[in-house]
Design a protein around this ligand. Structure first.
Ligand code: FAD
Length: 210
């Protein structure tokens, strides 16, 4: 007999690439579904156990949409993928070090109880690591995965820092109350300083924040 290891785990990202009812994103030809997407099907969030159902239902929708696009009724020309990554001027990179540091920082600074100070630290850390990681071209999937993990982590930290309130599973020690002005989805585009806000009920863009 031995002790059973018990460790908390995140089981839903509460966000993703924004997708419409046909799983289309703002990138022509790119569909997003399931954990990778933010469909709005359940409003701002979903009840427990609805992620698998959403994945199943919208998975079929995305499949049909992909067939439709492939069979001559394209809704948008697929975007040409152009890599603008220039040869890195930063030094060597220890991928496993970045991954384990990122995991630890996500848990410590962007975990269950959040404060502005810790979130700000996380944003700064991820920006710093990003300078060494996001400008590299890799031969192995582990490298691309690490870049994606860093990008998602950075977006989560930025979004959590911006959301100065407590709502659902986002608990800010320094802003313990729910604030009506944050009854919006925040949509982040790479390179922008702040998010665009989208009404939860209608999906309409309600205002642009600096
Ligand atoms: C611990 C835990 C508990 C959960 N409990 C519940 C629950 O009780 N009820 C519920 O409804 N939901 C639950 N969820 C959420 C649910 O499991 C996910 O939302 C759902 O599995 C998402 O499905 P998906 O197909 O979008 O993504 P995934 O299930 O993550 O599938 C993505 C697949 O893509 C593969 N992949 C990744 N990168 C590449 C690549 N570059 N090339 C090829 N393949 C790739 C991965 O290996 C994986 O097989 C839970 C999640 C976790 C982690």
């Amino acid at each position: 007999m031995d002790l059973i290891p018990v460790h908390p785990a995140a089981h839903y990202t509460v966000g993703g690439a924004r997708a419409d009812a046909a799983c289309r994103t703002s990138v022509p030809g790119l569909l997003a579904v399931g954990e990778a997407s933010c469909s709005g099907l359940h409003g701002a969030n979903r009840l427990a156990s609805n992620s698998l159902l959403e994945g199943l239902v919208l998975g079929e929708v995305a499949g049909l949409e992909a067939v439709r696009e492939a069979s001559g009724e394209p809704l948008g020309k697929p975007a040409k993928v152009v890599s603008d990554i220039r040869p890195s001027v930063q030094g060597e990179l220890d991928l496993s070090d970045v991954r384990s540091s990122l995991r630890a920082a996500m848990w410590r600074n962007v975990g269950i109880e959040r404060t502005g100070a810790k979130l700000r630290d996380a944003v700064e850390m991820f920006d710093f690591w990003g300078r060494y990681t996001l400008d590299k071209i890799f031969d192995e999937p582990e490298g691309w995965e690490t870049q994606n993990m860093l990008l998602v982590g950075a977006l989560m930290a930025r979004s959590a820092l911006w959301r100065e309130e407590t709502r659902g599973c986002h608990a800010r020690d320094d802003f313990p109350d729910t604030r009506p002005e944050f009854l919006v989805h925040d949509c982040w585009t790479r390179g922008d300083e702040g998010p665009e806000s989208v009404a939860v009920e209608t999906g309409e863009l309600v205002r642009t924040r600096a």
